[in-house]
Design a protein around this ligand. Structure first.
Ligand SMILES: [Zn+2]
Ligand SMILES: [Zn+2]
Length: 137
């Protein structure tokens, strides 16, 4: 008998293909895990009209957006940004350094914590730089 493996193979949210090794399908915000073939597929950003890979797009309230439009949309109503990292996909140490090193532009990392009701999801919380600076100066 095998131990319960950390994370079972995900299925592609687009075509339903199952990944060969758990954790290889990248996560697309608002879409889910996708296979590489679907991830490389072009989608049209509903914000600026540019074509981007599905992988670098995000879905927000039903709209497909490129990364920069996604950030703009979020900014409109959010001074805080929470990015989730899955410990089933990478080590906690790597999540921490990535959360710090890959902060969305214009945002400052203020905390990294366990996701609510989850044993493997981490949430990195960012705050808009202007807000952050106002509080600190
Ligand atoms: Zn697929
Ligand atoms: Zn765009």
């Amino acid at each position: 008998m095998q131990h319960l493996s950390r994370g079972s193979p995900a299925r592609c949210a687009i075509c339903g293909a199952t990944e060969a090794t758990a954790g290889t399908f990248p996560m697309v915000v608002g879409v889910g895990r996708v296979c590489m073939a679907d991830g490389m597929r072009k989608v049209k950003c509903e914000g600026c009209g540019n074509e981007v890979n599905l992988l670098t797009s995000s879905k927000l309230q039903g709209r497909t957006l490129c990364l920069s439009d996604y950030m703009k949309e979020l900014e409109k109503y959010r001074q805080h940004l929470v990015v989730s990292f899955d410990e089933e996909r990478e080590a906690a140490a790597s999540i921490l350094s990535r959360a710090l090193g890959e902060a969305p532009s214009g945002y400052v990392l203020i905390s990294v914590r366990r996701g609510r009701n989850s044993t493997h999801v981490w949430e990195a919380e960012y705050e808009k730089e202007e807000v952050f600076q106002m509080k600190c100066s």
